[in-house]
Ligand binder design. Structure first.
Ligand code: GRG
Length: 321
């Protein structure tokens, strides 16, 4: 049972955040739009998922978004971050997630997209992010989430993909971007989500990893991404989702974390920042709202900790309801 007294923690400025998101979309010449030009498809996913969690997805013109997004697709089947940009697994997942939000995955040539993704698996089971070859567990995660949403996991060698992820596990229970690399909460989300979706969570030492993850909470209530680092609202997602997937979310102080996230709001103009008093952006607005959803903040749609999509969207895909 959820016994938290939310009234003591401050209030989520829902209408302001909706307005903030709708405004940045319209202001194409703003600083934010310019610096996000190359990752606009990721931005679309963050913005639209936030709107959906807030119950306001109907405020956007879905056909306009889909028509722009389909122009970001390359002949290889992968998506670029914007029209005319090279394809990459990161944007391909965002495209699939946005279409999932709109219940329009059928707009894709599913075999073409899944062949693009499967073609980036390497012999050791790892994934490159694109044709240039960089390898990172982020790309294993993105490939696995994408293929699972397209119901085409059979296109890759799942056993090898899982073994590669397990080879990135460290003695502290966490995971890094490649074998031997330092544990980081972002990479831990990637590895745990990929293991969860492939039914391989038995490879995780839940108590050891849960301990490392709950130690990410600092005095202010916020979470950092690794020891000795500053807290940042985005870790409300990376850490919390991982803790939920391994059933250890009760090891952190939820009340203090909710307060930290709410303290990072711009209550006047909307949006959420990385830390109190910093400048807001759509990335942190998404992770703040998604984190609050994981914390069962009242009035928000529940979000799935592995697919990073609202639970009703995930249920529609896998159970047709
Ligand atoms: C489905 C939500 C979703 C994501 C797709 C791309 C991806 C999978 C996950 C990225 C995971 C990741 C590595 C997140 C970390 C992002 C981040 C804030 C990195 C900052 O690193 P540093 O070293 O910051 O600048 P710290 O906090 O360690 O000082």
């Amino acid at each position: 049972m959820n016994m938290l007294d939310y009234s003591r923690m401050g209030e989520l400025a829902v209408e302001k955040h909706v307005k903030f998101i709708l405004t940045i979309e319209k202001e194409k010449d703003s600083f934010e739009s310019v610096v996000m030009e190359h990752i606009r498809l990721n931005g679309a996913y963050w913005a639209l998922t936030t709107l959906d969690i807030l119950g306001k997805l109907n405020t956007v013109d879905q056909d306009e978004v889909v028509s722009w997004m389909m122009q970001c697709q390359h002949e290889s089947g992968g998506f670029g971050g914007n029209i005319g940009h090279d394809p990459h697994l990161l944007y391909t997942l965002s495209a699939i997630q946005v279409l999932a939000l709109f219940d329009k995955i059928d707009a894709l040539d599913i075999d073409k997209v899944s062949n693009y993704i499967a073609g980036l698996q390497n012999n050791d089971g790892s994934f490159s992010g694109d044709m240039w070859g960089e390898i990172d567990t982020r790309f294993s995660c993105v490939a696995i989430l994408s293929l699972a949403l397209l119901k085409r996991l059979d296109k890759i060698n799942v056993e090898k993909a899982v073994n590669y992820i397990v080879s990135c596990k460290n003695l502290d229970g966490g995971f890094g971007c490649t074998p031997g690399a330092e544990s980081h909460a972002g990479q831990i989300f990637c590895c745990v989500a990929a293991l969860a979706v492939t039914g391989s969570l038995h490879h995780v030492d839940k108590d050891l990893l849960g301990w490392w993850l709950c130690e990410r909470q600092v005095k202010s209530g916020g979470l950092n991404g690794r020891p000795e680092k500053l807290p940042d609202v985005c870790y409300s997602w990376w850490v919390l989702s991982s803790l939920i997937m391994i059933d250890r979310v009760h090891w952190i102080d939820k009340e203090k974390l909710i307060k930290f996230i709410l303290d990072c709001q711009d209550k006047e103009n909307g949006g959420i920042s990385d830390q109190p008093e910093d400048a807001v952006d759509v990335f942190h607005t998404y992770f703040g709202v998604a984190g609050l959803s994981l914390l069962e903040y009242p009035g928000l749609k529940a979000i799935d900790p592995a697919y990073a999509l609202p639970v009703d969207v995930v249920n529609r895909i896998f159970f047709g309801r």
